[in-house]
Design a protein around this ligand. Structure first.
Ligand SMILES: NC(=O)C1=CN([C@@H]2O[C@H](COP(=O)(O)OP(=O)(O)OC[C@H]3O[C@@H](n4cnc5c(N)ncnc54)[C@H](OP(=O)(O)O)[C@@H]3O)[C@@H](O)[C@H]2O)C=CC1
Ligand SMILES: CCCCCCCCCCCCCCCC(=O)[C@@H](N)CO
Length: 367
């Protein structure tokens, strides 16, 4: 039985990578509008997109906030007087998450500004759905950078800087009076903990045609997470780093709209059961399940079914909703449903290629 309260929004320092659009931006809105003391740091490659998101979030704020000294969004790479800095709750920082050196510098900047992230949401990712042979080498490398290297750099840097973060956090809490009202001071009063939330996809349970630039990296990420979960049992981290993974189904983000332009028809047919929900709905579902204490989270029914079919050795027990039922359904589905579904899927793919070849022949005859 799970109880809520495992993912509080208030009194956090939340680092959102991939925060310039889509789900990351949605999380930024949610934290800003539903809390009063939580500090938010948005990171992505584009300085100007981040600037505009921070400005829009502050200008559209739904809750009366303390008078903001000025409405200029704060980039952490610049210097600000303490009073301006301490009165602000949302900041941005350009950084390419696929670059180890840039991520190391990112954590250096956070330490310099005494922003010790208690939640890290890695929303970096994206897909260019095409047939494998039609992808360019640059698109294939982009898929690796966005969907796997960004996870590698973030998790590797966090684990290696965790002691430094803990020690700086502790000395800050000792130097800050208990009456302090800043979020960092409030979180500084307790042992430093960090909740790393990574975003895979349903396609990691069932990689299929059209997602060759994307799905294999989401599968790689799932296996890395299972290995990291084993390593995080070490007394070095003392359970102070929690690692969750979200496996979303389709949701309508800027990235989703873009991928629809190149997505092959057969890909749309296969992923039909995952109807694209709104970003807001996806964000709220993820926060709900994380708050219920689940660490392997899906956002639609078909995702839960696909996770059930994919249980095996890569699932630590009781981290997903109705885990035991998943084991049962997964076992039965693998015996009774999957073999039939794979025949149907194979037939769909063959029909798709037959139709495309026929259309190709018709086009040649017309030319
Ligand atoms: N939308 C969907 O249907 C689904 C999405 N997902 C996953 O959910 C996550 C969020 O998806 P979604 O909101 O659609 O993503 P979007 O494509 O809308 O946004 C991706 C974000 O990542 C940033 N980004 C891309 N590359 C880098 C990089 N190298 N370094 C830093 N930032 C980078 C982009 O900003 P910038 O360009 O400024 O760098 C942007 O803010 C992704 O991991 C995605 O794979 C999973 C299943 C379904
Ligand atoms: C028991 C057997 C049942 C088989 C049913 C198969 C249904 C497959 C649905 C897969 C949906 C994938 C959505 C995520 C796509 C994604 O990540 C991109 N949009 C990236 O942005």
């Amino acid at each position: 039985m799970k109880f809520s309260g495992h993912f509080p929004l208030e009194d956090q320092v939340v680092l959102i990578t991939g925060g310039s659009q889509g789900l990351g931006k949605q999380f930024a809105y949610k934290y800003f509008n539903e809390t009063e003391r939580t500090k938010i740091i948005l990171v992505s490659r584009s300085d100007n997109k981040l600037y505009n998101v921070v400005r829009d979030i502050e200008s559209n704020q739904t809750k009366p906030q303390a008078e903001i000294n000025n409405n200029e969004p704060i980039c952490l790479l610049n210097e600000y007087p303490d009073d301006l800095f301490l009165n602000r709750r949302i900041f941005y920082l350009p950084c390419d998450l696929s670059d180890f050196k840039e991520v190391d510098k990112l954590f250096g900047t956070l330490l310099e500004h005494r922003l010790y992230p208690t939640v890290i949401l890695n929303c970096v990712g994206g897909s260019i759905p095409k047939h494998f042979k039609d992808l360019t080498p640059e698109e294939l490398e982009l898929g690796i950078d966005q969907n796997y290297k960004s996870v590698l750099t973030l998790s590797h840097t966090l684990l290696n800087k965790f002691n430094q973060l803990s020690n700086s956090h502790k000395s800050f809490s000792n130097s800050t009076s208990s009456s302090s009202t800043t979020t960092v001071a409030k979180t500084a009063e307790v042992t430093y903990k960090c909740h790393l939330v990574l975003f895979s996809s349903e396609v990691c349970f069932f990689p299929f045609i059209g997602y060759s630039q994307y799905a294999p990296l989401k599968v790689a990420m799932k296996s890395l997470i299972n290995i990291l979960r084993q390593e995080l049992c070490s007394s070095e981290y003392n359970d102070n780093i929690k690692l969750s993974c979200v496996y979303p189904g389709n949701f309508k983000s800027e990235g989703f709209e873009l991928e629809e332009l190149t997505k092959p028809k057969i890909t749309k047919i296969i992923e039909g059961p995952s109807y694209p929900i709104s970003c807001i709905e996806c964000c709220n579902k993820i926060v709900y399940w994380l708050d219920m204490g689940y660490n392997d989270v899906t956002t639609d029914f078909i995702g839960w079914v696909l996770m059930s079919v994919d249980m095996g050795l890569n699932k630590n027990n009781n981290k997903s909703f109705l885990y035991w039922l998943q084991l049962l359904i997964g076992g039965l589905a693998n015996l009774l449903i999957v073999p039939i579904y794979m025949i149907i899927c194979q037939w769909q793919i063959k029909s798709y290629f037959k139709e495309s070849n026929k259309n190709g022949d018709d086009r040649q005859k017309q030319e």
